[in-house]
Design a protein around this ligand. Sequence first.
Ligand code: COA
Length: 321
Amino acid sequence: MITSRIVGTGSYVPEQIVTNDDLAKIVETNDEWIRTRTGIRQRRIATSEGTSDLAAKAAERAIEQAGIKPEEIDLIILATSSQDYCFPSGACEVQGRVGAVNAVCYDLSAACTGFVFALNTAQAFIQSGVYRTALVVGSEVLSKLIDWKDRSTCVLFGDGAGAVVVRADETGILGFQMHSDGTKGNVLTCGARSNGNFLMNQKPELSYMTMDGQEVFKFAVKRVPEVISQLLEKTGTPIEEIRYFVLHQANYRIIESVAKRLKVGMEKFPANMEYYGNTSGASIPLLLDEMNRAGKLNPGDKIILSGFGGGLTWGATLIQW
Ligand code: COA
């Protein structure tokens, strides 16, 4: 059976580090509160680079590691909620930068689940024989969507990008599961560029990200173990066979709660939100690239990726490395 295998990973984060103490100078917060509630110590913030800049740099590294020519890429999907422009898409910009002249390119919007949805979309194309090689990128400059006066959100997020190259192969992605619930969209929203209208003579509103933190927390700790269990059952995989659970890096307490509900030890749940905060669609490929470059992933390892976030959206992918 043909599936898609990850043959290269890459990531990129902006240079500027913003610590919890730095944030305590602009909003009423402190390092202890942020660390104990979220596990985050610092985040990277883009000062001059845009979402496509970060995406292109992560993509270049993934292509280099894959050892392929950019011309071989058939498809580029960029998962992002913080596009630089409505159009052209960030994926088209990445194509231009990396020279993937034969690729079809588009962005995918599913907030923090974006990378998992994008990878699964590439898998569907590859498995059905439509394409052979895809570049899947998650990139965010969420710092431009955040109200830096709102302490309930501004301490949580960071900027960054991660990318993978996937190719048709006999092993790789073993299965996936995806869900959406549009009735709960209001718990995590960003209305940037909404409500402008020529006939009504109104200018577009530029509103910041808003979040009901407790509702998002409850959603995540219920739905993530559920979708992982569904995927294990669907693929006939015993949970003991999973080497790593690479979850979206929103909050360390969410990961602890998911691990507990699945009855799996925390050593199987790698985390790096301590250094990057929640980078939304970028967090999973950023962590995967870190693990890959540190030599933590061995051929045959079974890994679950799982994302959750605005929409609401949630999903998981089972990979054999
Ligand atoms: N610094 C200090 N105090 C803060 C604060 C901050 N940055 N943000 C909120 N507080 C205060 C609140 O005002 C509140 O004060 P009060 O008790 O005097 O009213 C208190 O801390 C508790 O707030 P609460 O919202 O109940 O905290 P919480 O325990 O739910 O933690 C989150 C807040 C955001 C950390 C938590 O809800 C969470 O992690 N939710 C999931 C968010 C997420 O991951 N989103 C992205 C998903 S993709």
